[in-house]
Design a protein around this ligand. Structure first.
Ligand SMILES: Cc1cc2nc3c(=O)[nH]c(=O)nc-3n(C[C@H](O)[C@H](O)[C@H](O)COP(=O)(O)OP(=O)(O)OC[C@H]3O[C@@H](n4cnc5c(N)ncnc54)[C@H](O)[C@@H]3O)c2cc1C
Length: 437
């Protein structure tokens, strides 16, 4: 039995573990995760983010019995985007073709984890280690160094040395496994910091005192000023998980010093959301850190026949209103599993094929991300018109006119194909968005 060590129990690492454990007695899977067990952390204490899972991500769960249904049950089916405009006006952007599932990251991880544990129970083929951070990798020796970051860990505790037969770096945009690739020959890597930073927040859907309520079953977006955005996805619990974005060169506006400052900020930029923000949450926002996102581009996703980079570790993109990173990460796991099928578990071939097959799409995603929806309000109006026109024209002339861009992004059409169809629009948005840097 081969020992596969996965670093990172995020959506991608956990889904890949599912796929590996379904391959009979061939693999023993050991997962090391820097954070604590998500089933033991309250949502309000976590730094979760709202996801919209589309056909790409949901389709990657489908081959595993019950997983897509479990995710749908844990999330909320969403048929529209609600754009909040000035003076309380709203614009509805329906998702007529395909609903997405709105769910926060912690629930995605918990759902994948609980079904993984249930599936592997009693087999002895799954070992989960939370609060273990990978701090070093030795490719020639096939070993990893892991340090306990548990709150109970003492300074005297020695790092753990772990041997692997195969190693999977599913450790996100700031991957430690990937940093070892930099020491190998002919590996090129680009990292770009996004022009915006963000803070996450939670709020209820209704203010019980005033009766104010957000339109249900929608993903809400406020963009009062170019570069300043609040997005909020409905959650199974009834409330919303949201993210406030601000340009990095104005990040001070998110650096709240007091509850009053938070409330003033919300009244100024997001008056409707301010009606829902509780004092407890406003206080939590003062303490919550400002985060930033990275775009990652690598020249390969494997090392020899032993190591795989997958998900954000291989090709992270920002959230930039198209919400693809998690969907693409889940799709990665499904693609790698298919390659193991096709090549009868020859990692030597499957790894090389993964880079070959996945890279054009990952690079195309990097190009699409941030360059689909314009920041400029004028160009945004053009985008909406184009999407409506494409919807009608595609119905009449399917060979000549591509489906709307947003619809394609939410389907499982390969990203390289989407970029091919929309190259001119993407170039136009890119040129326009650069002016906001
Ligand atoms: C604000 C925001 C909104 C987003 N919205 C969407 C959306 O709507 N739809 C969508 O598809 N995507 C969205 N994304 C992107 C999405 O978050 C990522 O693409 C997705 O989480 C990638 O999954 P992953 O498993 O590859 O990596 P991650 O989710 O980053 O998981 C990596 C895991 O590895 C662990 N780890 C890291 N380093 C180590 C180490 N050294 N040792 C041990 N463990 C380690 C981390 O703790 C983490 O649990 C959004 C991102 C942001 C920031």
């Amino acid at each position: 039995m081969e020992k596969v060590v996965i670093i990172g129990a995020g959506p991608c690492g956990l889904l890949l573990a599912h796929y590996l454990l379904r391959r009979g007695d061939r693999y023993q899977v050991e997962i090391y995760e820097r954070l604590g067990d998500p089933t033991k952390v309250a949502l309000s204490d976590s730094r979760t983010i709202p996801y919209s899972l589309n056909e790409r991500g949901l389709g990657a769960l489908r081959p595993i019995e019950g997983l897509e249904e479990a995710m749908q049950t844990a999330g909320v089916e969403n048929w529209k985007i609600v754009r909040h405009k000035a003076k309380g006006k709203i614009q509805l952007l329906p998702r007529r073709q395909q609903a997405t599932v709105d769910i926060d990251r912690i629930r995605v991880v918990k759902t994948l984890l609980s079904s993984l544990v249930a599936m592997a129970e009693g087999s002895g083929r799954l070992k989960l280690h939370f609060n273990y951070k990978c701090i070093g990798v030795d490719f020639p020796r096939q070993t990893l160094l892991l340090e306990s970051v548990s709150p109970e860990a003492t300074a005297e505790l020695q790092p753990l040395l772990v041997h692997y037969d195969r190693l999977v770096g599913a450790d996100g945009a700031r991957s430690t496994v990937r940093s070892q690739f930099l020491k190998t020959q002919s590996f090129d890597f680009e990292q770009t910091r996004y022009r915006s930073c963000y803070k996450t927040l939670f709020f209820p859907s209704k203010n019980d005192e005033t009766g104010y309520e957000l339109q249900p079953q929608g993903f809400h977006v406020w963009q009062p000023e170019e570069g300043i955005t609040l997005i909020a996805g409905p959650q199974q619990s009834g409330g919303y998980v949201g993210v406030i974005f601000a340009p990095r060169n104005r990040q001070d506006i998110l650096n709240f010093q007091s509850l009053t400052q938070v409330k003033e900020f919300f009244r100024q930029y997001f008056p409707e959301a301010s009606l829902l923000l509780t004092d407890t949450e406003a206080e939590a926002l003062v303490k919550r850190p400002i985060s930033s996102q990275l775009k990652i581009r690598c020249s390969r996703y494997h090392h020899e026949d032993r190591v795989l980079l997958i998900g954000d570790a291989a090709h992270a993109v920002g959230s930039s209103a198209t919400g693809q990173g998690c969907n693409a990460a889940l799709e990665d796991a499904q693609i790698f599993a298919r390659l193991l099928d096709e090549w009868e578990d020859s990692w030597e071939i499957a790894l090389a094929k993964f880079t070959e097959e996945r890279q054009p799409d990952a690079h195309a995603l990097g190009e699409l991300d941030g360059n689909i929806i314009p920041i400029s309000q004028i160009l945004f109006a053009e985008f909406i018109l184009r999407e409506r026109w494409a919807k009608i024209a595609h119905r009449w002339f399917p060979q000549l006119v591509a489906p709307p861009l947003r619809e394609l992004m939410n389907s499982n059409t390969p990203y390289a194909e989407i970029l091919n169809k929309y190259r001119r629009w993407v170039a136009k948005v890119k040129a326009s968005n650069l002016k906001f840097d």
